[in-house]
Design a protein around this ligand. Sequence first.
Ligand SMILES: Cc1cc2nc3c(=O)[nH]c(=O)nc-3n(C[C@H](O)[C@H](O)[C@H](O)COP(=O)(O)OP(=O)(O)OC[C@H]3O[C@@H](n4cnc5c(N)ncnc54)[C@H](O)[C@@H]3O)c2cc1C
Length: 441
Amino acid sequence: MNIPKSCDVVVIGGGPGGSMAATFLSQKGYDVVLLEKQKHPRHRIGENIIPTFWKYADLAQVSDKIIAENFLQKSAGIVAWKGSVKKLAFKDFGFSRSALHVERDRFDHILIENAREKGAQVFEEVSVLDTHLNESNQEQNVTYRINEDKTSGQIACRFIVDASGQGAVIGRKLGIRVVDQGFRFMSIWGYFKNSKYMDSDGKIHPWENLRTIPPVTFQCSIPDLGDWGWTWHIPQRDRTSVGLILPIEAMKTAKPTSESWESYFLRKCYEIPYLSQLLENAQYCQGDFGKINDYSYRLTQVAGPGYFMIGDAAGFIDPIFSIGVPLAMYSAYLAAWAIDRCLKNPDSLGQNQALFTKQLQGRYEVSRSLALPRYESGEQVSKLAKTAVQLQSQMEQELMYVVSTMSTRSDNFSDLVTNENGQRVTSDKLQVISELETIVI
Ligand SMILES: Cc1cc2nc3c(=O)[nH]c(=O)nc-3n(C[C@H](O)[C@H](O)[C@H](O)COP(=O)(O)OP(=O)(O)OC[C@H]3O[C@@H](n4cnc5c(N)ncnc54)[C@H](O)[C@@H]3O)c2cc1C
C-alpha cells in the first residue's frame, strides 16, 4: 500500500460524507487522501434515501452510476401514527426524481469508487488512530494503521475532514461529543425475504409486484411505546429491511432481561399492526440482525484549527425523517467549499470556519426540531434552525413542514417555517388515509 506522506486534505472515513467530500475536493484540483477502516462493499443501516440527495449526486457527477444500478424507486411514504394514517409523495412537492430504497453496501460503494475515479487517493482497511491538530493551522498530522499488517504511519496535510460517522474520531478525542439527552434512542433491525409491501394507496401487495407497482416506505408508531417508538418497513431489490426505534428509558421495563434483542425484535415484528400483516409468510434472514445504542449526539464544535467535521461525525439526531445521507452529502459540499476558500486565502480561515459552523449547526438544529418527540412549552426554537430553514427553497420548506405533521413528534416545527409575509406555511399535499386497505392484491 503506497500511502503518501503528505497531501492537501486527509478525509477520515469513506461513507457518503467522506466519499463526497473527497470527490468535491478532488474536482477542485486538491490532492486528497481518503482513509477508510473497512472494505467496501460494507453494510450500513439507513436505506431510505430522499430525493434531496440528487443535487449533490449531480454535483459529484455520480448520478448516472446510481441510476444504472437500478435501485428500487419508492412512490411515497406512509406513516401510521397512533391510529392516524398519512401519506406524502415527493412528486406532489415538485421533486421530479425519485426517492430510493438502497442497499447501503452497494450505494456507498458507488460513492467511494466515484471519489477514486475523480482523483482522490482512496485506501481501504486503513484505520485512523489519531489526529494531531496544530493550532497555528500550518500543518496537521494524521496517524493511521494498516489493518492487515498492523504497520502504522503518518500523513501531513493542511486540512482534515472528519467523516468517520458515529466513530467521530476528532469529536471523541477533543471530548466535544455530547449525548443528546432529549433523544435517548436505540435501534434494532433485520431483513426478510418475500415480505408483502404497501403501495401509495395503502394497498398491500405480494413481493412479486415490486417492480411493477412501486412500494412506499412504511413507518408505524409502536402502540405500547406511545409517541416514542416506531418501526420502518423498507422493501429493497432482494429483501425488505425492517427496524425498530426504541426509547432507551422505556426499554428498561418493556423487554424482559431474559429475552435476547433479536427475539424481542421478531416478537414485536409480529405484534405491531400492519407490520405483522406485511411480514405474514415472509422469511427472516438469519445472521443479519443489527443493533445500535444511544445514537443521538451533538458536537459542540464542528470546525477548528485545521479540521472540519461532516455527516454523522458532526452530529446525529434521529432517523425519523431519513435525512442522514443527504445531510452528510450537504456537509461534504460545505466542507469542500470552506477548505477551498481557506486554501486560496489563508487569512479567511476564521470567517470560513464560522460560516461552515453556522450553516451546519443550523441544519442539525432543524433536524432536531423535526424529530423532537414532544414540544415542551417555553422551549425556544433556535434562531440558527430558523435561519437554516429560511435558506431553503419554498419547495423544501413546505416538504419539511408536511413531514413534521406526519407523526406527533414535531409540533414545534411549524414555528420554524414561515413564508415571505411571516405567515406559517401550510400545505394541502398531505393526504390523510382514513383506513388502510387490508386486502392483499
Ligand atoms: C437506525 C438508523 C436508521 C437510519 N436510517 C436512515 C435512512 O433511512 N435514510 C438516511 O438518509 N439516513 C439514515 N440514517 C443515517 C445515515 O445512515 C447516516 O447519517 C449516514 O450513513 C452518514 O454518513 P457518514 O458518511 O457521515 O457516516 P458513515 O456512513 O457511518 O460512514 C463513516 C465511515 O467512516 C469509517 N470510519 C470510522 N472510523 C474510522 C477510522 N478511525 N478510520 C478510518 N475510517 C473510519 C467507517 O468505517 C465508515 O465507513 C439512519 C441511521 C440510523 C442509526
